[in-house]
Structures are given as C-alpha cells and as structure tokens.
Design a protein around this ligand. Structure first.
Ligand code: PRP
Length: 190
C-alpha cells in the first residue's frame, strides 16, 4: 500500500543501466588519476559531493574508484522546492578540510542550467586545488548556459523533469532506484 501519491513516471534509466554506467565511470576515474594520486607519495583524490542530490550517485561511484579517496560534502541549494533554477546559489555547508594542492572531483546528480556548477567551480578554484573536474550522473546540454564541461558524465538527457536516484520533486523520490521522467500532467505538482 502506498503512503503518499506517486507521480506518474516513465523509467528513463533503470537500475541495471545506471549500475553499468556508474561502474564504467569509476573505472574511467581510476585510470585517469592512478598515476597522480596513488603510490607512496600520492595524497589521494578528494571527492566532493554536492548535497543533497548527489548522495546516491556518489555512494555508488566511489565504490568503483580503486584509489585512495577522501569524501567531502558541500551543501548547496539553488532550486529550493522550485523546478527552475533561480541562479542564486546558497551554500548551506562547507568543506571540512582545505583542498589546496589536491586533485578534486565535484560530484553532482545533474547539471541543468549549469549555474550551480559554475558557482561551485569558481568557489573551489579559488581554494587552489591541483586539479578540478566534474562528475555528474546527468546533464541537459540544451539547458547548459554556463559553459560547463562535465568530465565524467553518466547520461545526457533532453530538457525533461526527472526524479529518482537522488533527484527530487519537492524533496521526495530521491530514494527511487531508477531515474524516471515525471509525466506532464503531474510535473511540478509535488
Ligand atoms: C539541483 C542539483 C544541482 C542543481 C543543478 O540541486 O542537485 O545542484 O540543482 O541545477 P542548475 O544546473 O540549473 O544550477 P537543488 O538546488 O535542487 O538541491 P538538491 O540537490 O538538494 O535537490
């Protein structure tokens, strides 16, 4: 029995497709950084998850990265309960350690307009990392107006409202194990 109203959803990426892609991304990241962050002199990779939406993707991704990894989080909200980015980014939680001289990957669930990521990259770049790259489960290339290059990308999607696997509508549905498209008659109503 359902305890709340589910939106009508169409599955875009089921859990098998996501698992396969995330495993491939972890391998790609491992190969990219292996020579820089592993070994006796390596200081490991700093993976910065952006709360809240990245938490599911990040948890799965880091288990496929075969390197020394330190996890940090930044709390960041640009949408609130709205479905369109206001462009005004609010940092609600900061890193617990400096990232100066470190290899850093910022992990997001989605790069939509790119405004949040642009703010985050500028913010983190000012802290002097050795390198700074972006991993995102999803991107919407036709909405990206901040010229964001996603270095490690799960899937590109059209401009559609999606939930699940960390992505929410009104704070709900982050726990769905798949990424689903909210069908038009229910979009924006939660
Ligand atoms: C979502 C998402 C990104 C941002 C992307 O966060 O997690 O951080 O929007 O949008 P943009 O590219 O248009 O800036 P949201 O503000 O909804 O917070 P949440 O992660 O807590 O859901």
């Amino acid at each position: 029995m359902a305890f709340f109203t589910q939106p009508r959803l169409e599955v875009l990426f089921d859990k098998e497709a996501i698992a396969k892609r995330v495993a491939a991304l972890g391998k790609e990241i491992t190969q990219h950084y292996r020579d820089d962050v592993a070994g006796p002199d390596g200081r490991g990779l700093v993976v910065v998850g952006i709360l809240k939406g990245s938490f599911v993707f990040l948890a799965d991704l880091v288990r496929h990265i075969d390197l020394p990894v330190q996890i940090e989080f930044m709390g960041c909200s640009s949408y609130g309960d709205a479905t369109e980015s206001s462009g005004a980014v609010q940092v609600t939680q900061d890193l617990t350690k400096p990232v100066s001289g470190r290899h850093v990957i910022v992990v997001e669930d989605i790069v939509d307009t790119g405004l949040t990521m642009r703010y985050l990259l500028d913010n983190l770049q000012s802290r002097g990392p050795k390198s700074l790259k972006v991993a995102s489960l999803l991107e919407k290339p036709e909405k990206n107006r901040a010229n964001i290059k996603v270095d490690f990308l799960g899937f590109s999607i059209p401009d559609q409202f999606v939930v699940g696997y960390g992505l929410d509508a009104g704070g709900l549905y982050r726990n769905l194990p798949f990424v689903g498209l909210v069908l038009p008659d229910t979009a924006g109503q939660s």
